[in-house]
Design a binder for this molecule. Structure first.
Ligand code: COA
Length: 434
């Protein structure tokens, strides 16, 4: 049958499509700004038809209504990352958090640790061969469609068509809902003086010809500000945002010296403004692949001079990095942090950087601490950590003794907190700090 006939035969409304979800099903929702908003709205409206539907999701950029207290009999959210719309529900134990590396998520589905009943995703319009693109969210979204019993897709004419291993044929979809609304935008963050100083310090570690992974937020964007004089940079990253587009347009990022996927920027999802979405649309220099490929440390390491830049909440004097909890409170998730710390660490000439403001809570607390808060989870272990950067400088912890690490970290801590840290260091090592 012609693909157009197949496509037509699967067309339905969002109201009808969500009736295919049954009580106790596990539903995987398309990631981040690729969240299928109309399907979620219809599912929430249809709540009285469901009991105990498990909703598996990572970075939830929508309203997260299914986590509201009155939804408890109908939906249970299983978060693989915690964000603004879901943090309260996890804190109040109305939702669950499952610790896992981002690269491992497809395996949780495929090896049936978390068997998938329904995948609800958002796709681009089909091309002339009947293939829809996963657009801005490939990550675990594509793998979920490969093992779900039922695939329900919103086909949104605003979704960019991205390249790479980023396509699904209409014959592999079970129900199709046509939609038309702009992709959720994430506005560029405000970059203050502290972020600029951190960005400048990080940029000194970036050599010409390096391949970068950048997280999201003010610090990665501040780093990009200080890369304008570099040459031949490349991107192999979990995601990127608008800041990268500027460096591509100015010729700083050209991917020419990449040792894997030369000439291409490789990512697993994208989040930014419409400018970014227009840039990636039909752009053969940007390739999206599932996260079990992009974030696999053995893939990342094949990029020589791989540099990862991520942030955290606390670092203790041994170099243990807490990135996802504030005490017992699950604040975010591991995401791809450890995938890239390890990949960069194994790369020839690679460096992994944890970049942080020296303080938090408006300067009231130091992020460099003698001991991590009770209940905190260590995200990046002291064995994996390499560089820690603040607005006060750079601490290279690799190959350093505990005593040397403590000293290096105190030297980049906020001056107000150095006396307290020195006291602890002297107590621990029975030596005068000089
Ligand atoms: N003690 C108490 N509160 C702290 C704290 C600390 N040590 N560190 C941070 N906080 C508070 C901040 O004050 C802030 O609260 P506020 O919004 O009320 O001011 C809040 O926690 C967020 O901190 P901030 O550092 O501004 O957040 P961020 O948006 O820059 O994100 C991480 C930082 C660490 C949470 C984030 O990078 C993350 O989730 N990392 C792990 C995942 C990862 O690295 N993924 C890979 C790339 S996407």
């Amino acid at each position: 049958m012609d693909w157009k006939e197949i496509y037509k035969s699967k067309l339905t409304t969002s109201e009808e499509a969500v009736k295919k979800i049954k009580s106790k099903d596990r539903v995987v929702i398309g990631h981040a700004v690729g969240e299928p908003q109309r399907l979620i709205e219809a599912m929430v409206k249809n709540k009285d038809q469901y009991e105990d539907v498990e909703l598996v999701h990572m970075v939830a950029m929508g309203k997260g209504e299914y986590t509201h207290p009155e939804m408890a009999p109908h939906f249970r959210h299983n978060a693989l990352f915690v964000g603004g719309s879901t943090r309260g529900a996890v804190a109040e134990a109305r939702a669950d958090y499952t610790p896992c590396f981002f690269t491992e998520i497809p395996r949780l589905f495929k090896d049936e640790y978390l068997p998938v009943d329904v995948a609800m995703v958002q796709l681009s319009r089909p091309d002339e061969h009947g293939y829809c693109s996963f657009g801005v969210s490939n990550d675990y979204t594509k793998p979920a469609t490969e093992c779900a019993k039922i695939v329900i897709a919103e086909v949104n004419d605003h979704m960019p068509r991205t390249m790479g291993d980023s396509f699904i044929h209409v014959s592999d979809l079970d129900y199709i809902v046509e939609t038309s609304y702009p992709i959720i935008e994430l506005n560029p963050p405000k970059i203050g003086d502290v972020e600029k100083a951190i960005g400048e310090n990080c940029a000194t570690l970036v050599e010409d010809g390096a391949t970068l992974q950048l997280g999201i937020g003010a610090i990665p964007d501040a780093v990009l500000l200080f890369l304008k004089d570099k040459k031949d940079l490349g991107i192999h990253s979990e995601m990127f945002s608008d800041g990268v587009v500027e460096l591509v347009e100015s010729g700083v990022i050209n991917n020419k010296r990449k040792t894997l996927h030369k000439g291409k920027m490789v990512v697993t999802f994208l989040m930014g403004t419409q400018r970014l979405y227009d840039f990636v649309n039909n752009n053969p220099s940007v390739e999206l692949y599932p996260v079990d490929y992009v974030n696999n440390p053995y893939v990342i390491m094949q990029n020589e001079k791989m540099i990862s830049i991520n942030s955290c909440i606390q670092v203790d004097l041994m170099g243990q990095v807490v990135s996802e909890t504030i005490g017992l409170k699950q604040f975010s998730g591991v995401g791809g942090q450890v995938d890239y710390v390890r990949g960069a660490s194994m790369s020839k000439g690679g460096k992994s950087i944890i970049a942080i403001p020296s303080t938090a809570s408006k300067g009231k607390v130091s992020r460099i601490v003698p001991l991590i808060d009770e209940g905190s989870a260590v995200t990046t272990s002291r064995n994996d950590v390499h560089y820690v950067v603040t607005e006060y400088g750079i601490a290279n912890l690799r190959g350093k003794t505990l005593k040397e690490r403590g000293r290096a970290l105190i030297q980049i801590a906020h001056p107000d907190f150095r006396p307290m840290l020195i006291k602890e260091w002297e107590r621990r090592f029975c030596t005068k700090f000089e």
